[in-house]
Design a protein around this ligand. Sequence first.
Ligand SMILES: O=C(O)C1=C[C@@H](OP(=O)(O)O)[C@@H](O)[C@H](O)C1
Ligand SMILES: C=C(OP(=O)(O)O)C(=O)O
Length: 420
Amino acid sequence: MVKKQNAVVSFTGLKDIHTTIHLTGSKSESNRALIIAALSKGMVMVKNLSDAADTVILNRILIGLTTAALEERRTVDVGHAGTAMRFLTAFLSTIPEKFKLTGSGRMQERPIGILVDALKSLGADISYEKNEGYPPLLINGGLQDTPSEVSIRGNVSSQYLSALLIIAPTLPSGLSLHILGGLTSRPYLEMTLNMLASAGIRHSWEGDTIHIAQQVHQEAILVVEPDWSAASYWYSIAALAVQADIILPNLREESLQGDSAIQQIMIPLGVSSSRSKDGIQLISAAEQPIIGVMNLKDCPDLAQTIIVCAAAKGLNLSFTGLETLKIKETNRILALQTELAKIGVTLNEDNEVYTLNCEGLNFPEKISIATYDDHRMAMAFAPLSLLIKEVEIEDYQVVEKSYPDFWKDLQQAGFTVQEL
Ligand SMILES: O=C(O)C1=C[C@@H](OP(=O)(O)O)[C@@H](O)[C@H](O)C1
Ligand SMILES: C=C(OP(=O)(O)O)C(=O)O
């Protein structure tokens, strides 16, 4: 096992940031593209794959599967990669081989029963090696003669639905997927359908039902866009700096990624962004009043960025749509509450509304932030080094999951990152 190391992040001198940052590709787009390509019988190619560990691991797994079928059960380990776990659960169910699909300790605590039940209703043979409803999964693949309908809850993780929709065109009767109980992270489902459409797969979406007929993929090159979730940390930096002029090349205002909503969300927190000839340009601007409660149901991966940034600015904002944060890389609500306490801020819940109380906000000379195997904890708290002399980030390499160059990029922007 690689030893976990900490790093101290600091920023000396004028808090004036002028830089151009080339972000890696979106891991969400990359991981969809990889599975779509794997199902496409050579019709679909992928360009600009992300460097994210979650993508590297999925790519490696898929390449490994092209070797001759094994007699014995093949073990597939996705580590911390949620999308890889969920997409492979469906994908491996279509391959006539035996698999054990497993992941990190935390992955074994992240629920998957809703997806497994849906696949079982389609005839899949999946059982649990340890705890009912959680990985590791024992999959005896090779779905055949599947029914054409499935009902599945949409309010726990949209990844379960995306996993089913990606395999849908390869099922003998296609699939009509009925969404029960509302839908969380909707833009990710739209991303799935858009990327399928780019590969020639048609769908209809009426009310709570999405239908994809059995059909073949068309020739296509899926080009992965830079990652808007990664861009969000640069918005936070721009919001906390005295001045900033940051260019993020190749990002698209109109993106498949719902996290592009950060452009509007950060206006009241003091960041103006617009398209320039070189990419999206972020400039620090005056803060504007925020009206009402912010609903982050469509963009859960932005929650830590926004909440930490608002706390550092002393804004007592309220948020909804945070329920799913408890089942991500860590319980992100608990992690935020614990770490924000270190700057005197509380995040209190009342009937699923979370409110920051910044009355006790203070910036000590030095703080140490625990990251709980969660890349987004490290990246959301690192910008505090614009306000606190030394921000120690525990297990700082955790960022590799989605944004391996994060520290290198911070250094380029003038931050000091010193491994301890
Ligand atoms: O489909 C995807 O690529 C993702 C969907 C979201 O998960 P949920 O649908 O579980 O909210 C998001 O948090 C995750 O980082 C990536
Ligand atoms: C929740 C995340 O990823 P996943 O669910 O794919 O592990 C994330 O990147 O914030």
